[in-house]
Design a protein around this ligand. Structure first.
Ligand code: PLP
Length: 424
């Protein structure tokens, strides 16, 4: 790949299929055709578990098989299948860069977000000194906390935790208070995997930079729902995971080029130095999953891009919220404002585990869990175990209505007493 590609401007939403207002009308009209692309959506089962992992269109599965047929082996050999693999890797980097809003050389592929985060934090750790500080938040999934705790224990660092408000929004004043001259990283989620709360990532990045720290963003739960422009955000590292947006089980990271160039990677010798993101990929890439990733981006583009997806999901979220049984206890923000369509709820006196099993038996896939790996928020809010309802663009308004009806019937059967929302 020519290095001049690194300088090409990359738009976040390339579809050109939006009406400019993020209109959902078109997507609603297309939904039957969209759903027909998924074998797993061919029966009546209703998947409301998107934050755990989305369904995958058949074309993504077909792309895996195609790579094995057309381009198996490895890069670096002087024959056609090998050239095809290299072209595939280059294309996957370019498409990922468009999705993230960066240049192709700033893309790093890994097994999943967690592995990427351990790798990248370890790499930065080579430069950190005992007494340096890392600031994480109480909204984070543990995949954006545990790597820092382990690094801290190995290197004598201190990990601090920024608090949330009662409504689960991040307390920016506390972020500011906890920043100091030794802060090297502010690690935070763009959207919470538990309550769906969105973080003002631009504001946190600015605070981090003003303190001389890196802005380290977990976008795993934001990427499936909203357009991203990581350069405009000013972030240094942004991670996401393709199986959360109808793609393969593969992690993707953005690393700001200047930062990556300054780091010393953990890499087998001889180190392949170009593109710079590749320095942080160990061993052979999963080429079949990169083929699947390309098919995933083509799929999302064919829907009209992320702005259109977002508009549709907001309508779905409004519909779900409006119809939830009134006795529900909703943790987090009460409307779609400031959130992605992920909802954490409980019904006092009813086991969410039992509810989720009964719902599954009636054809609705929702999770019940304790912390959802959001250990900080779980400790802070204390929801015990709760139901998480997570929407994806392939859900329908009819599914929202059917789910609410069935949930109301189950809740009535278990006989709860109404309570008000308890945000924190
Ligand atoms: C917010 C968030 N961050 C990180 C992760 C970990 O992602 P992965 O499974 O790709 O390691 C998850 C997984 O659910 C998540 O929701």
């Amino acid at each position: 790949m020519s290095s001049s590609l690194a300088d090409q401007p990359l738009a976040t939403d390339t579809s050109g299929n939006d009406d400019g207002n993020g209109s959902a009308v078109g997507l609603a009209a297309d939904l039957t055709d969209v759903r027909a692309r998924f074998s797993s959506l061919s029966d009546d089962f209703v998947f409301l578990d998107a934050p755990g992992g989305t369904q995958t269109p058949d074309e993504v599965a077909a792309a895996v098989a195609k790579v094995y047929r057309d381009a198996s082996g490895n890069t670096g050999a002087p024959y056609a299948t090998s050239y095809r693999i290299q072209a595939l890797v280059d294309e996957a980097r370019m498409a990922s860069a468009r999705f993230l809003g960066c240049t192709y050389d700033e893309v790093i592929f890994g097994a999943n977000m967690t592995s990427l985060n351990f790798t990248l934090s370890r790499t930065l750790g080579r430069e950190l000194q005992p007494g340096d500080e890392i600031l994480v938040t109480r909204l984070d999934h543990d995949a954006n906390v545990a790597p820092w705790l382990d690094l801290a224990s190995d290197r004598g660092l201190q990990v601090r935790h920024a608090d949330v408000h009662a409504d689960t929004t991040l307390d920016l004043a506390d972020v500011e208070r906890q920043l100091g001259p030794r802060t090297k990283v502010v690690a935070f989620p763009w959207a919470a995997n538990s309550t769906g709360t969105i973080v003002d990532a631009r504001a946190v990045s600015d605070l981090a930079h003003a303190a001389g720290a890196l802005a380290w963003v977990d976008a795993v739960q934001y990427a499936p729902h909203e357009p991203m422009d990581v350069r405009a955000l000013g972030a240094d590292i942004v991670t996401c995971s393709a199986y959360k947006f109808c793609g393969p089980h593969l992690g993707i990271a953005f690393g700001r080029r200047e930062l990556l160039e300054s780091w010393h990677p953990y890499k087998a010798r001889p180190v392949s130095m170009e593109p710079v993101g590749h320095r942080f990929e160990t061993g052979t890439l999963p080429y079949e999953l990169l083929g699947a990733l390309l098919a995933t981006f083509a799929y999302l583009d064919s829907l009209g891009g992320m702005a259109r997806i977002s508009a549709w999901e907001r309508r779905l979220g409004d519909r779900l919220l409006a119809g939830l049984p009134p006795s529900r206890q909703l943790y987090g923000l009460p409307t779609m404002a400031g959130r992605v369509p992920t909802f954490l709820i409980n019904f006092p006196g009813i086991s969410s585990g039992q509810l989720s099993e009964e719902l599954a038996g009636l054809g609705f896939g929702v999770w019940s869990h304790g912390s959802y790996y959001a250990l900080g928020l779980h400790d802070r809010i204390g929801w015990g175990e709760a139901l998480r309802i997570g929407l994806s663009h392939y859900n329908t308004l009819d599914e929202m209505d059917r789910f609410n009806d069935v949930l109301a019937t189950l809740v009535a059967k278990h006989g709860t007493t109404p309570t008000s929302d308890q945000p924190g």
